[in-house]
Design a protein around this ligand. Structure first.
Ligand code: AHG
Ligand code: MN
Ligand code: MN
Length: 338
């Protein structure tokens, strides 16, 4: 079998009518290259002195792990000089990172969660990188890029993807023509297309949620999970299985491979906070990837990709995965509002 590399795949996408501008293709290749470097560091673990925490916190008040900061630096350095971007934004930076004047400025904005699943770094469980690409507003051409230029709904994404650093390193990508996966070949150092046009089963009997928060959940979430737990003798008339990796990349990757529903909903621990996950560099790219694979993603009442962001680091309630289950949880939220 002749393998197709990421480069070949992207060039084919570029040739399809209007599917992919050349500069987006190049910037995806640069992000993919940075993910290869991160994967290399991750795999060294204790031997590479990459485990453990730093003394610093990020803008969300979370203690930074060495790999959070290292991955952020790798992505910034890889992407700043290529000429395709106007600015970047990251979970690990308080404010946006405009492309330095020393380099040519391009027409796109890149957002990322450099290292997702930080709590799993030190215990050798799958972690990843999530990214999203937006257009810089045309009228911003003549001025400095501002944070407000990033505040576009997820429907405006040009591309989105994640890399999962697990038993294999896999890059999953969409440019709006379906969702595709590429496995890193460690002998040739290239990304090989291994997951063609991923399709999430519409139905599932597997859910992913941090059940330790059960007592804080809203009623519709509790109702849904109670019904799953009731099994064959409950209203769903079948048993459900549970998985929770606690790395969104790994939980979403499993759902792309075999279906399932993932929830990190609003809960009453911090009632004024919409959820734990971040809209712009976690929920939106994952929603784009999942929708392009035939799944769905809502915040309980609205499609995630249609939410108008108000802030760069805004949080959101996330319910995504197999379409029929996401629609059911969303319906329970609507019923509870009446
Ligand atoms: P990050 O490591 O980028 O801060 O994200 C961690 C997120 C997400 O990956 C995961 O689904 C969730 O946090 C896990 O949260 P709990 O520890 O509350 O289960
Ligand atoms: Mn994350
Ligand atoms: Mn992170």
């Amino acid at each position: 079998m002749k393998h197709k590399t990421l480069t070949q795949f992207l060039i084919e996408q570029q040739r399809l009518e209007n599917a992919l501008p050349a500069d987006v293709r190049l910037l995806i290749e640069v992000v993919a290259r940075a993910c290869k470097t991160i994967s290399h560091h991750v795999s060294k673990g204790a031997l590479g002195n990459v485990l453990g925490s730093l003394d610093s916190s990020n803008v969300q008040g979370e203690v930074q792990k060495k790999l959070d900061v290292l991955s952020n630096e790798i992505l910034l350095e890889a992407n700043e000089w290529g000429g395709n971007l106007a600015a970047m934004a990251s979970e690990e930076m308080d404010s946006i990172y405009p492309i330095p004047h020393a380099y040519p400025r391009g027409g796109y904005l890149l957002l990322f969660d450099p290292l997702d699943g930080s709590s799993n770094i030190d215990v050798n469980v799958s972690i990843g990188t999530i990214f999203s690409v937006l257009r810089a507003p045309a009228e911003a051409d003549q001025r400095e890029i501002e944070e407000a230029d990033f505040l576009q709904p997820g429907t405006e994404q040009v591309a989105a993807g994640y890399a999962v650093y697990g038993p294999q390193t896999v890059l999953v990508l969409t440019v709006g023509t379906g969702t595709f996966g590429f496995t890193l070949d460690r002998e040739t150092h290239s990304w090989i297309l291994t997951h063609e046009k991923i399709s999430i089963p519409e139905d599932t009997s597997e859910f992913a949620i941090n059940a330790s928060n059960m007592r804080h959940w809203a009623e519709p979430v509790r109702r849904y999970i109670d019904e799953c737990l009731a099994g064959t003798t409950g209203p769903r008339e079948r048993n459900f299985n549970m998985r929770w990796v606690a790395s969104m990349v790994a939980d979403v990757h499993r759902i792309l491979c075999r279906g399932g529903i993932f929830m990190y909903p609003w809960d009453a621990r911090e009632p004024e906070r919409a959820g734990k996950l971040r809209l712009m560099y976690e929920a939106n790219p994952m929603a784009f990837i999942v929708e392009q694979a035939g799944g769905a993603a809502t915040n309980g009442t609205q499609r995630i990709m249609e939410l108008q962001p108000q802030q760069l680091h805004e949080r959101v309630s996330v319910i995504l995965g197999s379409r029929n289950e996401v629609e059911r949880v969303t319906r329970y939220h609507h019923e509870a509002q009446r």
